[in-house]
Design a protein around this ligand. Structure first.
Ligand SMILES: Cc1cc2nc3c(=O)[nH]c(=O)nc-3n(C[C@H](O)[C@H](O)[C@H](O)COP(=O)(O)OP(=O)(O)OC[C@H]3O[C@@H](n4cnc5c(N)ncnc54)[C@H](O)[C@@H]3O)c2cc1C
Length: 370
C-alpha cells in the first residue's frame, strides 16, 4: 500500500481486521510532519460504511460533530439567505477533523514513514518493481497506489494527468475563535458559512477546538504552482490580494480573511470523469490517485469506501491465484461510481463558483433536505 491518506489507511485497517498483515509506505517523514488539514464530512453510505467495515463506526460517532452539518448561506452584503440546522440525531454527514480520522484509522497499523515512491514498474510474473527516492528498490506481488492527486503509481497504468479546473482555492485558518473572535464564531456557527459572489466564493468551516478553516475560491488562470500542495504562502501578501479580490463584500465576511493566517494556495485539479485504465496484473489505484475530483465532499468518502471494499475483496480471495481477479472486479465496481461522483462534483464546482451566484443557492436547495 502506497500512501497513508484516507484510502490507504481504510484499506490497511480493514485488511488488518481480517487478520492480514499490510505495510503502508508513506512519503511524509513522520505522522505529524505536516498539518493534517481541515474537517471532513463522512456520508452514511460512503465514509461511514468504510468505518463500519473497519469496526470503527462507534469510535467515529464518539469523535464526530453532527452539529457540524449546520450550513448558513449569506449574500455578499451579509444578508442571511439560508440557515440550515440538522435535526437532533441526524447522522447523515457528521464532521470529523482530518487529524482525528487519521489517528482513528492508524490505530495498530504499521506505517513506514519517509518512504517516497518515485516509480512503479510492473514486470509480469516477476512482480512489481517499486523505486524509492532514497535509491532503494523492492519487488512486490501487489502494489496499491493510494498516493493522491500527483500519484507516482498512476503512470504505470494510465497516461492521464490532472487538469486545472479553472478554480483556485486559498486556505487560511483561525484559532480560538470563540475567545479571540466571538463575532466570527457566531458567523460560522456550529458548522459552515458560505458566501457566493460572481466567480468567487468564501466558505468557513468550524473544526474542533475552536479552530476554523477558511476557503476563498475564485476563477483565475493558472499562473503559479502545478503541485496541489505547495506549502505556506506569504500571509500579508496573500491576505491583501484576497481583500482586493473580494472588495465590496460585507465587513464581517471579510474579517474571516483579515484575521486568517497560514494562507496556502490550492489550485483545484481534476482527472477526467471517465478515467479508467486497462487492467495490469499486480497494480491498482484508489482514491484521488484513481479519480481526483473537485473537493465537494466526496473524495475522502469514496477513497475510504474503496479502500475498505478492496481490502474485503482481497481478504475473501481463496488464494493468491484469485488475487488478480479480486482486484479486477474491484476496479470494475469502482469506476462507474467514481465517474458518477466526478460528474456531480465537476458540475457542482461550475455552479458554486459561477458567473451567476444564484446557481450556488439553487444547488444548495437541490441537495439539502428542507
Ligand atoms: C480543501 C479540501 C477540502 C476537502 N473536503 C472534503 C470533504 O469534506 N469530504 C470529502 O470526502 N473529501 C474532501 N476533500 C477531498 C479529500 O481530501 C481527498 O479526496 C482525499 O484526501 C483523498 O484521499 P486519498 O487517500 O486518495 O489521497 P490523499 O489524502 O492525498 O493521501 C495520499 C497520501 O499519499 C502520500 N503520498 C503521496 N505521494 C507519495 C509517494 N510518492 N510515495 C509515498 N507516499 C506518497 C501522501 O503524503 C498522503 O499521505 C477535500 C479536499 C480539499 C483540498
Amino acid at each position: 500500500m502506497i500512501g497513508s491518506g484516507p484510502a490507504g489507511l481504510a484499506f490497511a485497517r480493514v485488511l488488518h481486521r481480517h487478520g492480514h498483515p499490510v505495510t503502508v509506505l508513506e512519503r511524509d517523514p513522520a505522522r505529524d510532519a505536516r498539518p493534517p488539514g481541515g474537517t471532513l464530512d463522512l456520508h452514511e453510505g460512503l465514509g461511514q460504511l468504510a468505518l463500519e467495515k473497519a469496526g470503527l463506526l462507534a469510535e467515529f460517532h464518539a469523535l464526530a460533530r453532527p452539529e457540524g452539518q449546520a450550513m448558513r448561506i449569506l449574500d455578499t452584503d451579509g444578508t442571511v439567505l439560508r440557515d440550515w440546522q440538522p435535526r437532533p440525531g441526524d447522522r447523515a454527514n457528521p464532521e470529523i477533523d482530518r487529524g482525528q480520522l487519521r489517528d482513528l484509522l492508524l490505530g495498530p497499523l504499521d506505517v513506514q514513514w519517509g518512504r517516497a515512491v518515485t516509480e512503479v514498474v510492473p514486470q509480469g510474473p516477476e512482480g512489481v518493481l517499486v523505486r524509492f527516492a532514497d535509491g532503494r528498490q523492492e519487488t512486490f506481488d501487489l502494489v496499491i497506489g493510494a498516493d493522491g492527486a500527483w500519484s507516482r503509481v498512476r503512470p504505470a497504468l494510465s497516461s492521464a494527468t490532472p487538469q486545472y479546473t479553472g478554480v483556485t482555492l486559498v486556505e487560511a485558518a483561525l484559532d480560538d475563535v470563540d475567545t479571540r473572535h466571538p463575532d466570527l464564531a457566531r458567523l460560522v456557527g456550529d458548522g459552515s458559512v458560505a458566501v457566493y459572489g460572481v466567480n468567487r466564493a468564501l466558505v468557513a468551516q468550524r473544526n474542533s477546538g475552536g479552530h476554523v478553516k477558511v476557503y476563498a475560491q475564485f476563477r483565475v488562470p493558472l499562473d503559479r504552482h502545478t503541485d496541489a500542495d505547495p506549502g505556506p504562502d506569504d500571509d500579508e501578501a496573500v491576505r491583501s490580494s484576497l481583500l482586493t479580490r473580494f472588495d465590496g463584500w460585507a465587513a464581517p465576511v471579510l474579517d474571516l480573511l483579515r484575521h486568517g493566517t497560514g494562507f496556502a494556495h490550492r489550485p483545484l485539479f481534476a482527472l477526467p470523469a471517465s478515467h479508467t485504465w486497462a487492467h495490469v496484473s499486480g497494480v491498482t489505484l484508489l482514491g484521488d490517485a484513481a479519480h481526483l475530483m473537485p473537493p465537494l465532499g466526496a473524495g475522502a468518502n469514496l477513497a475510504m469506501l474503496e479502500g475498505a471494499e478492496l481490502a474485503e475483496s482481497i481478504a475473501a480471495a481463496p488464494g493468491p491465484g484469485e488475487l488478480d481477479e479480486a482486484v479486477r472486479a474491484f476496479e470494475e465496481r469502482m469506476w462507474p461510481r467514481a465517474g458518477t461522483w466526478a460528474n456531480i462534483t465537476l458540475a457542482g464546482l461550475e455552479r458554486l463558483v459561477s458567473p451567476d451566484p444564484s446557481q450556488a443557492l439553487a444547488l444548495f436547495d437541490e441537495v439539502q433536505p428542507a
